[in-house]
Design a protein around this ligand. Structure first.
Ligand code: FES
Ligand code: MG
Length: 601
């Protein structure tokens, strides 16, 4: 008898699904569990055969178009699971769509996480395939895998094909920010605006720019949680179907090997991912999500690690918004393995980290060769040196991040050109209380915005919005755009889309809603940003700051509209520590530490 036939799993602990489907010590409950899973055609022999039961956490739906192609890929995934001797049970997850969910998809990351923990832990699963893609689905899935800690592998849905308009590449999100400026400047009308933006979405899949989706799927691969070379494959390519099949084969092998997230998601893996994030020009949302995953697996990781280990890594991937190409080009050039291979050969990542396929990073990427040096630059002749994130602090916030790779030459020459102090600039605050206030007043000439202004957005954090909105990248007033000014410095307690190239200071923690420094800054205050010393301060007399604090009545929290908004607000932490549900963090590796849940009847 093979292991699969006798259910012994090769001398390892018995498969956890046996507790549901084949427990002779408890025939009443076994009967109850077994009979209903037969009702769509699985036979008693199959379900009691000792084959691993593999969950497919299905994140695709009509509500989640970025991940919708997973509904198709699931067929190939099932074939892989079946061919390797497993049985697939596909289940739905709470939908997340970055662009569709109001008030924010940020609010739903933690809800999908919670529901996944309940599903994976509370149902008969020996392993799980996490179908990732759109921005928040990747961290939600990895956070849940970390908490439960049964063998888990991620399958990316893949980016859309490249967008094109009049012979130029149009990238997701990035073209929206550009088209908004063109609309404001009167260069295109409403219909022209919509047509231009729609051109960037020519197929199924996620954002084809180096936004949060490409970032998080690439970092998932860098962490070792998906198959090498898988992140960059465009959604409609046949290679993506093949990758789904191979992922299905792999998860069954992982169950037999008992290879769990805790074996892969080590501090070494996170350090590698931080460095990869800099080299690809990854999104400012990455530290929020990686810090959240690390907290749920119990690995120490802080913003200080991002600064210490990531800020000096050069940018090599020439993708929009920092560069010119899109997802198909990244795949053709070799994708994540090429970037990791370069970093490995330069001694910048640790090749000993284990990955889902049972091999190390070094095994997977050591020989990866770049197929297009204009898309992935060599590390010794990069697009930009020292292109990671920098972490700022001061009297406005304890910390906030800024993405160095998107600081444009125009911005540099206007704001960072003082020869005595080339990394610092000062400006005058114009404060907006939420995006509605910004939209209402941005083109009002009496607000007095000019090239000396620093636009500040508050009330947009995990508690205040709630969930944290991507509203800190604010276009300048129309009059300034028409005069050729395309970006003003922006700062805020919300996030910014990873597809935006704005030189913004983001994710400020603590946010205004919980009494951070942004709650007391006022329009007209002088603000000093010093990138060399990594500070951001309002130049306001300490006595005046104390007076304002005294008088502060926190009113940046609008009334909750749903039960979850209220629950989330009461439990969520700040961006710097991952904006996780704080009381969830103590539940770690629950498949090992908390056993199997009690019977239901
Ligand atoms: Fe879903 Fe960008 S909106 S990936
Ligand atoms: Mg986004």
């Amino acid at each position: 008898m093979s292991d699969a036939e006798n259910g012994s799993n090769g001398g390892r602990p018995p498969l956890r699904s046996r507790a549901w489907f084949d427990n002779p010590a408890n025939p009443d409950m076994t009967a109850l569990y077994v009979e209903r899973y037969l009702n769509f055609g699985i036979s008693l022999e199959e379900i009691q055969s000792g084959r691993p039961i593999i969950g497919i956490a299905q994140t695709g739906s009509d509500l989640s178009p970025c991940n919708r192609h997973h509904l198709v890929l699931a067929d190939r995934l099932r074939e892989g699971i079946r061919d390797a001797g497993g049985i697939a049970l596909e289940f739905g997850t709470h939908p997340i769509q970055e662009t569709g969910k109001r008030p924010t998809a940020g609010l739903d990351r933690n809800l999908q996480y919670l529901s996944l923990v309940e599903s994976i832990y509370g149902y008969p699963m020996d392993g799980v395939v996490l179908t990732i893609g759109c921005d928040k689905t990747t961290p939600a899935c990895l956070m849940a895998a970390a908490t439960v800690n049964i063998p888990s592998i991620a399958l990316s849905v893949g980016p859309m094909l490249n967008g094109w308009f009049k012979g130029e590449r149009t990238g997701s999100g990035t073209i929206v920010w550009k088209a908004r400026e063109m609309l404001a400047a009167g260069e295109i009308d409403y219909q022209g605006f919509l047509k231009l933006v729609a051109s960037s979405a020519p197929s199924t899949g996620w954002c084809n720019t180096m936004g949060t989706a490409t970032t998080m799927n690439s970092l998932c691969e860098a962490l070792g949680m998906s198959l090498p070379g898988s992140a960059a494959i465009p959604a409609p390519y046949r290679d993506r179907q093949e990758n789904a099949y191979r992922t299905g084969l792999q998860i069954v092998e992982m169950v037999h090997a008992d290879r769990k997230p805790s074996d892969v998601l080590t501090r070494t893996a996170f350090m590698n991912a931080i460095r990869v994030n800099s080299a690809i020009g990854g999104s400012t949302n990455a530290p929020i999500h990686l810090n959240a995953i690390a907290r749920h697996i119990g690995v120490e990781l802080s913003l200080a690690d991002w600064e210490a280990h990531g800020s000096d890594i050069p940018l090599v991937v020439n993708l929009q918004p920092a560069g010119k190409y899109l997802g198909e080009d990244f795949y053709r050039a070799g994708g994540v393995p090429v970037v990791m291979g370069q970093l490995l050969r330069a001694g910048l990542i640790d090749g000993s980290a284990l990955t889902v396929n049972g091999k190390t990073v070094a095994d997977n990427v050591a020989t990866a060769e770049c197929e297009d040096l204009d898309v992935i630059f060599p590390l010794d002749a990069p697009m930009k040196p020292a292109a990671g994130l920098t972490v700022l602090s001061g009297n406005l916030f304890d910390n906030a991040v800024m993405k160095l790779s998107v600081i444009s030459d125009e911005f540099r020459s206007r704001y960072l050109s003082n020869p005595d102090d080339p990394e610092a600039f000062e400006g005058v605050a114009v404060v907006f209380d939420g995006p509605e206030d910004y939209h209402h007043r941005i083109d009002d000439p009496t607000v007095g915005i000019d090239t000396n202004s620093i636009l500040i957005m508050r009330g947009a954090g995990p508690v205040g919005y709630p969930g944290g909105a991507e509203v800190v990248n604010m276009r300048p007033p129309t009059a300034l755009i028409q005069a050729g000014v395309h970006a003003l410095p922006c700062l805020g307690d919300g996030r910014q889309s990873g597809t935006s190239g704005s030189p913004s200071i983001l994710n400020a923690a603590p946010e205004a809603a919980v009494g951070g420094g942004l709650a007391i800054v006022r329009t007209g205050d002088r603000i000093r940003i010093d990138l060399k010393n990594r500070t951001a301060d309002m130049l306001v007399d300490p006595a005046e700051i104390a007076r304002r604090r005294e008088a502060l009545a926190i009113d940046y929290v609008p009334e909750a509209q749903t039960p979850w908004q209220e629950i989330h607000r009461n439990l969520v932490g700040q961006f710097d520590t991952g904006a996780v549900l704080e009381s969830a963090v103590k539940y770690q590796r629950i498949a090992q530490t908390r056993g199997i849940p009690r019977d239901s009847h």
